[in-house]
Design a protein. Structure first.
Lengths: 186, 186
DNA sequence: GGCCACATTGAGTGATCGCTCAATGATTGA
DNA sequence: TCAATCATTGAGCGATCACTCAATGTGGCC
């Protein structure tokens, strides 16, 4: 997964996979049945890792909105240790397979929508406890939120400076927190 | 440029280029000297097209801030005619060359920073005529603005529905317009 | 130990990759 | 008109691509 994540589908060769997996080509094709199937397995692992990471972050949070904000800030805090050159794997997948491998791109699109639904559910919870106005559209908020995350991850990939990265995340948080219903905190 | 834009660097083969350019391999290598050099030429063309497009949009605008907002909205209006599968070519380049072709990725990064500087200059103009508070950091605004554009272009690539795309752009515009100094419009 | 089911091996498959170059064609100036 | 110069051709280069398979281990069971 890490290898595919960093190098992408097209740029990762069987030789790369052999040395990363410590397996000879025959074994690889016995275990997984093609490079594409192996990539899909890696992508699924990434998806479930991401989804569980988000779920455990939101787990038992008193304020869903605050937890959503914190998630953005936490994303950029982990910079330079290992996230260099790693945008969201789903986004990377879309970009280098849409034109050539439709089924992989479709899968990535599906995962992105599932995660978007998780975000929407979190916004729904915020509305349910009165943190956000009822008239706001959770789906719409989720799409905006996911756009912000994609943008942050892209800048992580680019290697934007830590201070600028933090400022960017804080700007996003500010716009998000502005939606909070005032009376709750009073 | 269009071919590279759509398929990306790795997925575009010499055969593809031969039929797109109506040239035999020998001619291609006489005109450009390698696939990489040809890609860099295409990338430069994209960069200058983008930069000029933005410059002409801002040209003689009474309100720089309104023009910046309009630019976001205009981006998503042009959907489905030809922008299917086309995120920002600079972003796509970064994503599929960072791990394998450092010099191409470096060039893309450089172009991105140049465009960011153009955005910052536009925000500076908005500050100069009193549309925005002096204490705001133009560079920071520019980074946020560019992130929004990258996110929008990514959703264009994904093929997000027109209505959702418009709503997303409008949300971005709303957050941007909120910064406007109130007295100017009064 | 002897047998079977299974996992692993790695040399080698045809196809395709980016790229080269001797041969040929077209254009020019005197 | 005729060499000189420049552009174009396309067969084919070695390397690498994703992938296969007969041969060879390896572990479990009686």
């Amino acid at each position: 997964m890490n290898l595919f994540w960093i190098k992408g589908y097209h740029a990762t060769s069987l030789k790369d996979l052999e040395s990363a997996l410590h397996m000879k080509p025959g074994s690889i094709y016995a275990a997984f049945s093609s490079k594409e199937a192996l990539y899909l397995a890696a992508l699924e692992r990434y998806f479930e890792m991401s989804r569980k990471g988000f779920a455990s972050h939101m787990q038992g949070a008193e304020s869903p909105l605050a937890a959503l904000s914190e998630y953005l800030l936490q994303l950029v805090r982990s910079r330079s240790e290992d996230h260099q050159g790693r945008a969201c794997m789903l986004v990377k997948t879309l970009i280098d397979t849409t034109a050539t491998d439709t089924d992989i791109a479709d899968r990535a699109n599906h995962y992105i929508e599932e995660i978007q639904a998780d975000f929407a559910a979190a916004f729904d919870r915020a509305k349910a406890i009165g943190e956000l106005p009822q008239e706001l559209d959770s789906r719409r908020l989720a799409r905006r939120y996911q756009s912000n995350i994609n943008a942050l991850r892209l800048e992580l990939h680019r290697g934007m400076e830590q201070a600028d990265l933090t400022a960017l995340a804080e700007d996003m948080v500010e716009d998000l927190e502005r939606l909070r219903v005032a009376s709750v905190k009073a």
